[in-house]
Design a protein around this ligand. Sequence first.
Ligand code: PMV
Length: 301
Amino acid sequence: MAFGRGKVILLGEHGVVYGHPALAAGIERGVHATATEASTALLSIPVWDIEVAPSSDPAESLGRAFGALLNVYDSPPCLAVRAEVALPAGAGLGCSAALGVAILGAMDEALGVERSAEERAEVSLAWERVFHGNPSGVDSAMASAGGVAVFHKGKPLDHILPRNALTLVIANTGDSASTKTMVDSVGRQHERNPERVDGVFDAIAAVVRNGALAVGAGDWKALGQLMDLNQGLLASLLLSTEKLEDLCHLAREAGALGAKLTGSGGGGCMIALAAERTSAETVLHAIEGIAEEAFIAEVGT
Ligand code: PMV
């Protein structure tokens, strides 16, 4: 059985598409997949009631993405792949990258193909490109490797070993957002006013560099402040929503050290950093009323 993890971006989304660093962490929720020999290639995702064959139809994204993964082999294999998804889709937790990594991993296992975590992330981008056009690769890298790391487009992950696990509260607004739409919106702002948007990205990059130091030192107070700063910078790019702002506000009021959107924004999830488990439970309780789903995740152990 192969696994693709979900991820949270602690700091640095969107800038990462333009070559700036991002600080990300794998979470233990994700996608498990298995592959068995079959007469024709088929992908099933029972939780969404989906069964698709590889396809080249532009309207069939899943079929095209599955076809793109089958085409990474010298001759496309006939495998029935089953994926068990335990992540919300379109919520900023890297569901599609986790699917790509798990499906490729399951097919590799069935065919006896060995790849490093880095290679698996790179090859699975064939899947991710169908959905996101121009992904930075951070989701696939984290889905494959996990842990806490600084990601730079086109470079190997720079892993950080935190002194202690980070305790996060992850809350889904329930409003799904398309990563491509949000990335395109930032792209249009960048085209109209490159100086302003590059200035925001430079500030986000500084936040990421300081965040990486804070994680290494176990300085959660500093990391929380950097998350708040990052949220303001993302909001200046029109990526936040009223519900994300409400969730951040409630989390901070309940004692979170910092809170921000994670992933593309425009909906999806908020993450809040807690000093420890008990305070995470207080935060969880405070936001439960308005979040569609919320849970505590310990990352970086
Ligand atoms: O919303 P997600 O989980 O797909 O995260 C997207 C992160 C972005 O930086 C906005 C896009 C990217 O390709 O890195």
